[in-house]
Ligand binder design. Structure first.
Ligand code: 5GP
Length: 210
C-alpha cells in the first residue's frame, strides 16, 4: 500500500497565500462586507485575509465564525452497521446579535466564506447552501426580494480530486471561488496543528511551502 504523502504548510506560506488571494479579490472589486470563517481551520486564514482586504478609511470587515464538523454516518446495511457517507453537523452558527452591530442582515451583502481546505467539498457545499437558505428566509420575512446577496469562497488549498458535493455553478463560473493553490490529493499539515513548530517550519521549507 502506498503511503500518503504529507505536505507541511508554514505560517508564512498561509500568510502569503492569503495576501495573494486578497489582491485578486480587490482587483476584481469584490471586497466583502462580511467574512464567515468555518471553524476551526478557516479562522486563521479569515483573520489574515481580513488585514489584506482592509482599505484606508474603511472599517475592518467583520468576521463571524460558524462551526461545522464532518461525521461518518452509519446505516444498517446487509450485515450490520456500515458507513454510508459523511454528514455535516453544525456546532456553531451565525450570531445575528453581533451582525446587527454592523448591518441588519446578510441581505444584499458580499459574503466571503473561508476555510483552509476544500477536500471532498462536503463542508463548503453545506455552508454555502445553508447560508443561502438563511438569506432567502430573511428576504421573504422582510419583503426585500430585490437585493442580491453574493457568496464567494476562499480556501488556501483545493485538492484536485473528485468532489462529493457541488458549489453553485454561478459562483464557479463568475470566478467567486478562490483557491490560493490547487494541490494533489495528499494530507496537508497546517502549522496550527504542529507540536513542534520549528520542526514543522523546517519541513515546510524543505518542501518549498514557506
Ligand atoms: P471536506 O471534505 O468537507 O471538503 O473537508 C472537511 C474538513 O476536513 C476540512 O475543513 C478540514 O478541516 C479537513 N481536512 C480535509 N483534508 C485535510 C487535510 O489534508 N489536512 C487537514 N489538516 N485537514 C483536512
Amino acid at each position: 500500500m502506498s503511503e500518503i504523502k504529507k505536505y507541511y504548510i508554514s505560517y508564512n506560506n498561509v500568510h502569503k497565500l492569503c495576501q495573494k488571494v486578497a489582491k485578486e479579490i480587490l482587483t476584481r472589486n469584490e471586497r466583502p462586507d462580511i467574512i464567515i470563517g468555518i471553524s476551526g481551520g478557516g479562522l486563521i486564514p479569515a483573520r489574515v485575509i481580513r488585514s489584506f482586504l482592509k482599505q484606508k478609511g474603511e472599517k475592518n470587515i467583520p468576521i463571524q465564525a460558524i462551526g461545522l464538523s464532518l461525521y461518518e454516518s452509519m446505516g444498517n446495511m446487509n450485515e450490520g452497521m456500515e458507513r454510508i457517507g459523511k454528514e455535516v453537523v453544525r456546532t456553531q452558527w451565525l450570531d445575528f446579535g453581533a451582525l446587527k452591530e454592523h448591518f441588519d442582515s446578510l441581505i444584499g451583502k458580499k459574503v466571503l466564506i473561508v476555510d483552509e481546505v476544500d477536500d471532498t467539498r462536503t463542508t463548503l457545499h453545506y455552508a454555502v447552501n445553508e447560508l443561502q437558505k438563511e438569506v432567502e428566509q430573511q428576504q421573504q420575512l422582510l419583503n426585500r426580494l430585490n437585493e442580491p446577496t453574493t457568496f464567494s469562497v476562499f480556501v488556501i488549498h483545493n485538492k484536485d480530486k473528485q468532489k462529493n458535493a457541488e458549489l453553485p455553478n454561478e459562483m464557479l463560473e463568475s470566478g467567486r471561488y478562490y483557491a490560493a493553490e490547487t494541490v494533489p490529493d495528499e494530507w496537508l499539515v497546517y502549522p496550527w496543528d504542529a507540536d513542534d513548530i520549528d520542526d514543522h517550519t523546517r519541513l515546510a521549507k524543505l518542501q518549498g511551502h514557506d
